[in-house]
Design a protein around this ligand. Structure first.
Ligand SMILES: Cc1cc2nc3c(=O)[nH]c(=O)nc-3n(C[C@H](O)[C@H](O)[C@H](O)COP(=O)(O)O)c2cc1C
Length: 164
């Protein structure tokens, strides 16, 4: 039952993206680029209740490849992705966050010491680079027909403990 409510709240969330959603009625054909890409952007949403339907390896490989293709500042590539999909690893991760029952979790991290540091103000690009990778992952998962979401509200030190 709680899964059902969670799904309904997903739909409510999609409905809440009102800023541009009524444009859908007005735009019959996108003028530039491919309609398919815009459809992916439109159909992505944050899923808060996953089924345990297995994710095919071919889809996972495609998603990871999309992450690999992401740009990074000065091409430093400071981002790492940990694929959490074994029952054992998922169980350990779920002690930190339930991950809404997702059967595969991609943990994205970055190494500050490998990232570009902007000279003018010393800002490190690692987190920006990681955000770009994550966006590639989410959009490609959506394109592959896999619901997904970004979880930021967790304790990183606990994740490091759970997945050393
Ligand atoms: C950087 C970032 C962190 C997020 N962290 C969480 C999170 O910890 N928990 C959560 O339920 N949703 C999280 N979200 C999902 C956002 O709440 C969601 O993207 C936003 O409400 C818009 O809804 P939509 O993704 O369905 O379009 C996060 C999204 C982003 C971009």
């Amino acid at each position: 039952m709680s899964k059902l409510f969670s799904r309904l709240s997903d739909f409510a969330r999609i409905g809440n993206r009102a800023a541009f959603s009524d444009m859908d009625q007005k735009i019959t054909k996108y003028k530039y680029g491919s309609d398919a890409f815009m459809r992916i952007l439109e159909s992505r949403y944050s899923c808060h209740s996953f089924t345990d339907y297995p994710v095919p390896d071919s889809k996972l490989q495609m998603i990871l490849e999309a992450g690999r293709l992401a740009p990074s500042a000065k091409n430093c590539q400071p981002v790492r992705i940990w694929v959490v999909k074994s029952e054992e690893a998922l169980a350990r991760l779920r002690t930190v966050h339930p991950c809404y029952g997702a059967p595969v979790v991609l943990v994205v991290g970055c190494r500050n010491e490998e990232a570009w540091v902007r000279e003018s103000d010393g800002v490190n690009s690692a987190k920006t680079d990681a955000a770009i990778v994550l966006t590639h992952l989410m959009l490609t998962a959506t394109d592959a027909g896999l619901a997904n979401m970004w979880i930021w509200d967790f304790d990183p030190s606990k994740v490091r403990q759970a997945l050393p």
